[in-house]
Design a protein around this ligand. Structure first.
Ligand SMILES: [Zn+2]
Length: 123
């Protein structure tokens, strides 16, 4: 896919230093708009950590918590523990939820916390 198409899908211009993206719910797919800096310093964009995280998707339990209310709009991206995370999502967690992600799942009523426990145990 050419660079201009990604800008159109994500819905914003390429940023000099930041990565942005959009989770398109209808396609169940995440698009990553690499920064200008990344594009000029990374010969093969597949080597970018954001591309590697993109390949993992956002449907695993822990990242999904952050994406559940942030689909279908442009968000600044971060990579945490190898997963794509919307920039401001972590900041919206309460201190208790940061210590105990299960608390966040309960608050959002996602009801998947037993699986999260198993998932975390594998790491
Ligand atoms: Zn990149």
């Amino acid at each position: 896919m050419d660079a201009t198409s990604v800008e159109r899908i994500v819905g914003r211009r390429r940023h000099p230093t930041l990565h942005f993206g959009r989770a398109v719910s209808a396609e169940e797919r995440v698009y990553v708009l690499h920064s200008e800096e990344c594009r000029s310093s990374t010969p093969d964009l597949r080597d970018c950590e954001y591309s590697i995280a993109q390949d993992r998707g956002i449907d695993a339990f822990y990242p999904w918590l952050f994406w559940s209310t942030r689909q279908d709009r442009a968000v600044e991206l971060r990579v945490k523990r190898g997963w794509l995370i919307p920039m401001h999502a972590v900041a919206e967690l309460t201190p208790e939820e940061r210590r105990d992600p299960l608390a966040a799942y309960r608050r959002h009523g996602l009801g998947v916390w037993p699986q999260l426990l198993e998932n975390e145990g594998e790491q």
